[in-house]
Design a protein around this ligand. Structure first.
Ligand SMILES: Cc1cc2nc3c(=O)[nH]c(=O)nc-3n(C[C@H](O)[C@H](O)[C@H](O)COP(=O)(O)O)c2cc1C
Length: 381
């Protein structure tokens, strides 16, 4: 299977599955408990029909949006995800370069494998820094200062990971950082020697955002201990309000789902919220962001930028979310499988396909700009 054979999400997923050792593929592909929420995320778009208008003069289509003060050439961005250099040695560099090529925003995870400073220097498209709230308040302040010094445009605090989700595929394979593979997991790595060769012949794997706190070499701390020991499960709205004030710029909460929380995010001065269930990787049974979107937009959409992610595989999914009132849509696995399959050319091909699908979908809907999309053109089954 070659990159040229990949025309959609499912093709990229199949190619990634062939390239990656099983435990790594399962880390990306898997979700929490019975993976119900993960499945629902994509299914939720299928319960919504598009009702197109015709004869509207759609020679030129403008799909740009402005979200949290950032102008994006297309209404999707690459949501922050962990450990990208494990999926392909180019990792975040490939994703950031592809996002820059398509004029869109790129999120760097706290658990990213390339430094936010390096990525900020390489590209001038907007950058999000995704971070977690630590028990050590000094560390939280230091991380924000680091992001400010680097020139990060948007701070994104993930609030749905107060404890780790139950990812049973990882338990079976022993996937963790540092690796603690089961025998079955080790055998799966042995089946993909080209991945191992690639991994071993490139720069050492690191977590530059957390270097000082997590030891990847198997010494001081694993990622799961980072979550249980360093993050603060008592984090409250007052704590976050302080951070928002300190940052005094674009600040959004990732993982808000209820109307009450959306209202509080407005009250403490956030400029954005991302409706998200973390790709189904945290609370299984949690509602799909798309299903929850209208309720949130109706409550706070005039006061804060509402964004959503989860299960997005098609341009028409994006059009449905924008029609309901989302300002932009985050992509996760949609770009991770292409990254794993083929590095930067893979991510570029996937983002290119997404742009083509959005453009085609807008033309077929009779819309030449995003503000022409509305609920009038949606029906729910
Ligand atoms: C492999 C993987 C790693 C992720 N790492 C992070 C992370 O470090 N921080 C975070 O806030 N979200 C993380 N996410 C969640 C994504 O940012 C996003 O919310 C989710 O993937 C959207 O769902 P989708 O994959 O169905 O598009 C991760 C998701 C995946 C699949």
């Amino acid at each position: 299977m070659r990159l040229g054979d990949c025309h959609n999400f499912h093709d990229f997923r199949a190619m990634a599955k062939r390239r990656l050792p099983g435990p790594i593929f399962d880390y990306i592909d898997g979700a929490a408990d019975d993976e119900v929420t993960h499945r629902r995320n994509s299914e939720s778009f299928e319960r919504c029909d598009l009702v197109p208008n015709v004869l509207r003069g759609v020679g030129q289509v403008d799909m740009s949006v402005t979200v949290m003060g950032q102008k994006l050439a297309m209404p999707v961005y690459c949501s922050p995800t962990a450990l990208q250099r494990l999926f392909h040695h180019e990792g975040e560099r490939a994703v950031a370069a592809a996002a820059a090529k398509y004029g869109t925003m790129f999120g760097v995870s706290s658990l990213g494998t390339t430094s936010l400073e390096e990525l900020r220097k390489r590209h001038d498209t907007p950058q999000v820094y995704q971070f977690y709230f630590h028990r050590d308040r000094g560390l939280n302040r230091a991380m924000m200062q680091r992001a400010r010094d680097a020139g990060v445009e948007v701070m994104m605090l993930t609030v749905d990971s107060i404890t780790g989700g139950n990812r049973e595929r990882d338990l079976r394979t022993g996937f963790s950082i540092p690796f603690k593979l089961t025998l079955a997991g080790m055998l799966q790595f042995a089946l993909k020697p080209s991945w191992a060769l690639n991994y071993l012949t490139h720069e050492r794997f690191r977590l530059p955002q957390l270097d000082a706190h997590v030891d990847m070499g198997g010494g001081a701390m694993s990622i799961s201990r980072y979550f249980t020991e360093m993050l603060d499960p008592t984090m409250s709205w007052d704590d976050v309000a302080e951070m928002v004030k300190l940052w005094s710029g674009q600040f959004c909460l990732k993982g808000v789902m209820s109307v009450a929380d959306a209202r509080r995010a407005v009250d403490i001065g956030c400029t954005g919220i991302v409706l998200s269930n973390h790709g189904g990787r945290q609370l299984d049974g949690s509602r799909a962001a798309f299903d929850q979107l209208a309720e949130i937009v109706d409550a706070v959409g005039d006061r804060i930028d509402v964004i959503m992610d989860g299960g997005v595989q098609r341009g028409t999914h994006v059009l449905k979310a924008l029609s309901l009132g989302a300002k932009a849509v985050g992509l996760g696995r949609y770009y991770l499988y292409p990254l794993a399959a083929a590095g930067q050319p893979g991510v570029e091909r996937a983002l290119g396909a997404m742009r083509t699908e959005i453009e085609r979908g807008m033309k077929l809907m009779g819309c030449s700009s995003i503000d022409q999309l509305s609920r009038e053109n949606l029906r729910f089954r």
